[in-house]
Design a protein around this ligand. Structure first.
Ligand code: NI
Length: 171
């Protein structure tokens, strides 16, 4: 496995529509493994292939809604499509490609995705809360959409500071 470089918002690769994966070969597996290592290293909850400069429909989402005592795990999604989205949430989100900036984005509360695994098998997965937001955010990346373009508003310096203080108090 190897770390990949995460592109930031000025890179044109982030604004292009990605192509479907048609070959479920060792090269895809290498990409998925590298993305997992990169995501873990960056301490993120999701990563899309265009963020590492690969314009293919591949994303990783960290499932954090796990029973107490269990570790969050990475869901690999190849050629994902949202097949059901219900409810609404308005929470702050960020992006590894837009470091230090957070904004309020309207997302569905519950999202079901149909995708293929690394061997091409189809499956469906449902996420709620942060996971639903993450599915929507990462799939947007495959269309060349970065969250800042659909933010209701960005968080202010003060709000950021407050969130940071809260986090530190919890640690
Ligand atoms: Ni992102």
């Amino acid at each position: 496995m190897a770390l990949r470089n995460i592109l930031t918002e000025e890179d044109p690769s982030l604004y292009k529509k990605c192509r479907a994966v048609t070959e479920f070969n060792p090269r895809l597996h290498q990409l998925l493994d590298d993305m997992a290592e990169t995501l873990e290293q960056a301490d993120g909850v999701g990563l899309a292939a265009p963020q590492v400069g690969v314009l293919r429909r591949v994303v990783l989402v960290l499932e954090t809604n796990v029973p107490e005592g269990e570790e969050p795990y990475v869901i690999e999604l190849v050629n994902p499509e949202i097949i059901e989205a219900t409810g609404e949430q308005h929470e702050a989100e960020g992006c590894l490609s837009v470091p230090g900036q957070y904004g309020i984005v309207s997302r569905p509360a519950v999202v079901t995705v149909r995708a293929q695994d690394r061997d091409g098998n189809f499956f469906e997965v449902t996420g709620e809360g942060l996971t639903a937001r993450c599915f929507a955010h990462e799939l947007d990346h495959l269309e060349g959409i970065v969250f800042t373009s659909k933010c209701e508003r960005m968080l202010t310096e003060e709000e950021l500071q407050e969130a940071q203080n809260r986090e530190e108090a919890e640690e």
